[in-house]
Design a protein around this ligand. Structure first.
Ligand SMILES: Cc1ncc(COP(=O)(O)O)c(C=O)c1O
Length: 441
C-alpha cells in the first residue's frame, strides 16, 4: 500500500504521478474478488439483483431500433452532455427543491454531464488546486476524493463530524485560525458529502447547511471559497424527511458546485453523473473535461434520459429504496444481536453504510488483530482509518465501515456474525457483557 514502485522503469514520472499512491481499498477489492468464501461488507458496490437490466433492455431496444436515433446515440456526443438530459435534470431538481431559476441562478449552461460524479470531483480539484493549497474535508471523509487531493498536492484541513454532520462551529474556528495565520488565501474549497455520507451514513442537518453557506458567503470578499457538495447518495433515502441540498441554499449560484450521479439510484456501470456549476467554473471544467474525454458516453446519457422520461427510473428507485431499507435493517438487527454490548453505531437514514465504533483500545486497521481475525473467519470491512486526512492526529483507529450495498441479507447477517466471532478473539479492557449504549440519531 505504499508508493507505486516506479524506479524499475526508465521513465521519469511527473511530480503528480509520483504523489499518487495505490488506493488503500484496492487490496480489499482484490481479496473480495479472489477469495470466494469471503463475505465482503467492505465494497461500496450496489445491490446486484436489483440492477435495472430489464429497464435498460427495454429502453435501449427502443433507442437502437429507431433507425434515425440509433446512429446519433452511437456517435460522439457533446463535451457538456446531452441538452435534453441536462434540461430534465435541472427542472427535476428545481421541482424537488421548490425553487426556480430566478432564485437558483442555474440554467442548462451550468449543468455538465460527467463520467460518474467521481470525474467531477477530480475535475474540480484539477481546476482549483495547486500544490500547497488547502481543502477542508470532514473527519472522516470519502477516501477516494482524498486520493485526488493528494495527487493535486493539496493539504487537507479536517473538521470533525458528529451525528448531525460536519461540525460547523469547529469549521468557523478553523477558518478564523487560517485568517489569523495569514493562510486563508490558500483555502480553495470545502468538500461536503451532504447526504448519508461515505463512510458514516451521516447527513448534514439543515441548520448546519445554512451555517456553512453563510460562513462562506461572509468570507467571499476576502477569499472566494468553493463549497463542493457531493450528493451521491441523495436518492437512497429510507426515511421520509429530506433536507434541501446545500446547492438549493446558494441563491444566485455563487458558492456551491454540486456533484450528482445516476450510479447509486440506477446503475454505476453507466458511469453517468452530473454537475451544477457556478458560472466561473463552467469553462475551466469543460476545457479540462475536453482534455479527459471530450464528453461522457453518449448512449448512456440517452439511456438515462429515456428512463427518466418514461417513468422507469422513478419506478425503479421506489423498489430500490424498499430493498435497501430491508438490507439496512438486516445489518442493524445483526449488529444489535451480535455487537450491542461491544460497539456503537448510528442508524443511517439512507445510503449504503453503517459506521461502527469500538472502544478506543480495539484497533481495526489492516495490520490489526481484528482485521486479521475477521479475514480468517471470512469477512471483510473497511478500516475506518482510511477515511481520515493526513492532518488528523492522533489517527482514530477504532472505527470500521460496513456496507450493506452488494451482499444479500443472509450474507449481511453472516458477515456481522463473523465479525463478532473475530472480536471475541481480540483482547479488550471492557469486561464482556458491559453494555455500551448504541447511539441513535
Ligand atoms: C461519496 C461518494 N462520492 C462520489 C462517488 C462516485 O460515484 P460515481 O462516480 O459512480 O458517481 C462515490 C462512489 O462510491 C461516493 O461514495
Amino acid at each position: 500500500m505504499g508508493l507505486i514502485i516506479m524506479s524499475s522503469f526508465d521513465f521519469s514520472f511527473s511530480s503528480k504521478a509520483r504523489r499518487i499512491k495505490e488506493p488503500p481499498i484496492s487490496a480489499l477489492m482484490r481479496w473480495a474478488v479472489e477469495e470466494k468464501d469471503l463475505i465482503s461488507l467492505a465494497a461500496g458496490l450496489v445491490d446486484y439483483e436489483s440492477l435495472p437490466a430489464e429497464e435498460s433492455l427495454t429502453v435501449l431496444r427502443e433507442i437502437l431500433e429507431d433507425r434515425k436515433k440509433a446512429p446519433l446515440v452511437l456517435q460522439y456526443g457533446t463535451n457538456e452532455g446531452l441538452l435534453a438530459l441536462r434540461e430534465h435534470i435541472l427542472s427535476r431538481w428545481h421541482r424537488r427543491e421548490g425553487i426556480g431559476p430566478s432564485f437558483s441562478g442555474l440554467s442548462t449552461r451550468n449543468v455538465v454531464i460527467t463520467t460518474g460524479s467521481q470525474q467531477l470531483l477530480y475535475l474540480v480539484a484539477e481546476a482549483l488546486l495547486d500544490p500547497g493549497d488547502i481543502v477542508i474535508i470532514g473527519a472522516p471523509s470519502y477516501f477516494v476524493f482524498m486520493g485526488a487531493l493528494e495527487s493535486a498536492g493539496a493539504q487537507t484541513l479536517s473538521v470533525p463530524l458528529d451525528a448531525r454532520g460536519l461540525r460547523t462551529d469547529i469549521l468557523a474556528e478553523k477558518l478564523e485560525g487560517l485568517k489569523k495565520e495569514g493562510n486563508l488565501s490558500r483555502l480553495k474549497m470545502i468538500y461536503v458529502a451532504s447526504y448519508y455520507q461515505n463512510p458514516t451514513g451521516i447527513s448534514l442537518i439543515p441548520e448546519r447547511r445554512r451555517e456553512l453557506v453563510d460562513v462562506v458567503r461572509r468570507l467571499r470578499a476576502e477569499q472566494p471559497i468553493l463549497i463542493l457538495e457531493d450528493a451521491a447518495y441523495r436518492e437512497l433515502r429510507y426515511e421520509e424527511e429530506e433536507a434541501p441540498s446545500i446547492k438549493a441554499l446558494d441563491e444566485g449560484n455563487k458558492l456551491v458546485a454540486m456533484a450528482g450521479t445516476f450510479s447509486k439510484a440506477f446503475a454505476p456501470g453507466i458511469r453517468t453523473g452530473y454537475a451544477f456549476l457556478p458560472d466561473p467554473l463552467v469553462e475551466p471544467i469543460l476545457n479540462l473535461k475536453a482534455n479527459h474525454d471530450f464528453g461522457s458516453a453518449n448512449i448512456n446519457q440517452h439511456l438515462v434520459l429515456s428512463a427518466l422520461e418514461s417513468g422507469l427510473y422513478d419506478k425503479h428507485l421506489k423498489a430500490l429504496r424498499a430493498r435497501y431499507k430491508e438490507k439496512r435493517d438486516a445489518m442493524l438487527e445483526a449488529l444489535e444481536k451480535n455487537l450491542s454490548d461491544r460497539a456503537q453505531w448510528e442508524v443511517p437514514g439512507g445510503g449504503l453504510y453503517v459506521w461502527v465504533s469500538f472502544p478506543a483500545e480495539i484497533e481495526t486497521g489492516p495490520e490489526s488483530l481484528l482485521f486479521q481475525k475477521a479475514k480468517e473467519k471470512g469477512m471483510l470491512y473497511v478500516p475506518g482509518e482510511f477515511a481520515y486526512g493526513p492532518d488528523v492526529e492522533p489517527l482514530p483507529k477504532n472505527h470500521i465501515r460496513l456496507s450493506f450495498g452488494s451482499p444479500t441479507t443472509g450474507e449481511i447477517r453472516e458477515g456481522v456474525r463473523r465479525l463478532s466471532l473475530a472480536l471475541d478473539e481480540v483482547p479488550s479492557k471492557k469486561k464482556a457483557g458491559k453494555k455500551v449504549a448504541a447511539r441513535r440519531s
